[in-house]
Design a protein around this ligand. Structure first.
Ligand code: FAD
Length: 143
């Protein structure tokens, strides 16, 4: 059975290339091995992460517990956790939000203000925004 989990967190230090590279290296192999797909969206201006994880209930839960304990971020906040009929993010993408490519009206559509703040969004809105950012190419892949 497929599940989808969405959370937001705040980086403890400034989000930089070294941090993203370390997370990417670990995620690429681990997520593939455990059938986990999703998106990790880093927003350096706000120093926040927004991540969607999809996969089996056991795999998603185990990974979330490990991520929540990671000292590189704090305020790890569960935004949504649901059973899923299909994957919305069938591959694994990790990248930085390029605010220059984000239509502020898209953010305003899902938020109270035109500021990218997943902590102030409902889980449904955060998921919709993540899908829009992904499909519009506003998340620049970190490879
Ligand atoms: P160990 O490797 O034994 O780590 C022990 C402890 O040290 C853990 O608390 C770990 O989180 C921490 N740690 C590991 N590396 C560092 C480091 N360089 N600096 C400081 N502390 C460190 N992992 C995935 O597999 N898939 C993901 O999708 C994923 N997404 C992540 C998203 C974010 C925003 C962050 C911050 C981390 C993410 N990680 C992801 C990494 C994850 O949090 C764990 O580090 C990883 O799962 C290994 O945990 P462990 O307890 O098995 O491991």
């Amino acid at each position: 059975m497929l599940t989808r989990l969405l959370y937001a967190s705040r980086a403890v230090a400034a989000i930089d290339d070294a941090l993203l590279k370390a997370i990417l290296e670990r995620s690429r192999t681990h997520n593939l091995e455990h059938g986990i797909t999703g998106v990790l969206c880093a927003h350096p201006e706000g120093n926040v992460f927004l991540q969607a994880l999809e996969g089996s209930r056991a795999a998603v839960n185990a990974l979330y517990v490990a991520i929540a304990r990671d000292p590189r971020h704090r305020d790890v906040t569960l935004l949504a956790y649901d059973e899923a009929d299909e994957r919305r993010f069938p591959s694994w993408l990790m990248g930085v939000v390029d605010l220059g490519r984000v239509n502020r009206r898209s953010i305003l559509r899902y938020s109270e203000r035109a500021v990218l703040d997943p902590f102030a969004m409902s889980g449904r809105s955060a998921l919709a925004l993540l899908e829009e950012l992904t499909s519009s190419g506003a998340i620049v892949s970190h490879e």
